[in-house]
Design a protein around this ligand. Structure first.
Ligand code: AMP
Ligand code: TRP
Length: 341
């Protein structure tokens, strides 16, 4: 039955990407960037600012450049060490786009038609969406597999894209009789904040594109803004529950307690116990202090890094050079397997 008895045997590696589109927020930090920092101790890691993904919807060129630097600065300010890990921007390493083309020819229309992110982003006017937006998950598979990355830390919203990456790897290995050539990358989606919700609506994801700025805590928010946003955050009329079971049907309570747990590196059960029977207002007060204590130093460090653009560009260029050294031999071997001279 299984032709894939030979599985990937190569080294383990972590890859993840963040788009340089507008405001980075607490969801990006807790769902992704904070995890990047922890994983550096266990794995060789590549963290990429995915500018080619960003242009699947039109970006102002000046803003694209500044957002690219901002995301790189956020990685470093949050604790990603650019010596230990590789930080770079996607368009600086040509293997991403080249491998994406090959994957465009491996992935099936039917697979991409099922992608919910495309449906959300294209909205009602699908005819007017860019071809790039539709093929976006193929590029994401190329990002990961250009390095034969085995583990991918992301928020919950990327689960379906990761499954597609696995399908592409599997189909490539089968179609070209190259068992175990590409690994089937594993998503790392865990912890209390894999899906941080909007502060105005516990049933909607916290997102860069939501119009109301009060729906999210931005990494660029100062202490006053953070305090105001948590104060105004939606709540419900009941006291906080005594157990995690009591969070069912209470998305706002679940979200704020989950954020508290993730920011303090504690289990949700533990945090629920701490606030059992208390008012939302006391949770909000403590959460505000906690969030400020974590986010203020990151914001300060980001400002410092962004003040020296040349230095930041050097970090990105050096990261791109190191990334390219890993990707080129993998791309060459892929082309050989496909029959490209
Ligand atoms: P993006 O800004 O779409 O490039 O997302 C960058 C990373 O942040 C990805 O790993 C996402 O899954 C993650 N992410 C985005 N929004 C959230 C959220 N509301 N909660 C948790 N993770 C998120
Ligand atoms: N699609 C991801 C997002 O929107 C960003 C991304 C692009 C990514 N390429 C990746 C994440 C590769 C992990 C691995 O959040």
């Amino acid at each position: 039955m299984s032709e894939q008895t030979i599985t990937y045997q190569g080294p383990e590696r972590v890859f993840s990407g963040v788009q340089p589109t507008g405001n980075l927020h607490l969801g990006n930090y807790l769902g992704a960037i904070k995890r990047f920092v922890d994983l550096q101790h266990e794995y060789n890691c590549l963290y990429c600012v995915v500018d080619l993904h960003a242009i699947t919807v039109w970006q102002d060129p000046r803003e694209l450049r500044s957002s690219t630097r901002e995301v790189a600065a956020a990685f470093i300010a949050a604790g990603v060490d650019p010596e230990r890990s590789i930080i770079f921007n996607q368009s600086a390493v040509s293997a991403h786009a080249e491998l994406a083309w090959i994957f465009n020819c491996v992935a099936r229309m039917g697979w991409l038609n099922r992608m919910t992110q495309f449906k959300d982003k294209a909205g009602k006017d699908k005819e007017n969406a860019s071809v790039g937006l539709f093929a976006y998950p193929n590029l994401m598979a190329a990002d990961i597999l250009a390095y034969k990355a085995t583990h991918v830390p992301v928020g919950d919203d990327q689960k379906q894209h990761l499954e597609l990456s696995r399908d592409i790897a599997q189909k490539f290995n089968n179609d070209f009789d190259a068992p175990g050539f590409f690994p089937l990358p594993e998503p790392l989606i865990a912890g209390p904040a894999t899906r941080v919700m909007s502060l105005r609506d516990g049933s909607a994801k916290m997102s860069k594109s939501e119009k109301s700025d009060h729906s999210r805590i931005n990494l660029s928010d100062d202490a006053d803004a953070i305090a105001k946003k948590f104060k105004k955050a939606k709540s419900d009329p009941d006291l906080l529950p005594a157990s995690v079971d009591g969070l069912r049907e209470r998305p706002e309570a679940e979200n704020l307690l989950g954020i508290f747990a993730a920011l303090s590196d504690r289990a949700i059960e533990d945090v629920v116990e701490q606030f059992a029977g208390q008012q939302f207002s006391s949770l909000k007060n403590e959460l505000t202090d906690l969030a400020i204590s974590v986010l203020e130093p990151i914001r300060g460090e980001m400002d410092k890094l962004l003040a020296d653009q040349d230095e930041l560009d050097k970090v990105l260029a050096s990261g791109a050079g190191r990334a390219d050294e890993i990707a080129q031999p993998i791309l060459s071997e892929t082309k050989r397997i496909v029959g490209l001279i």
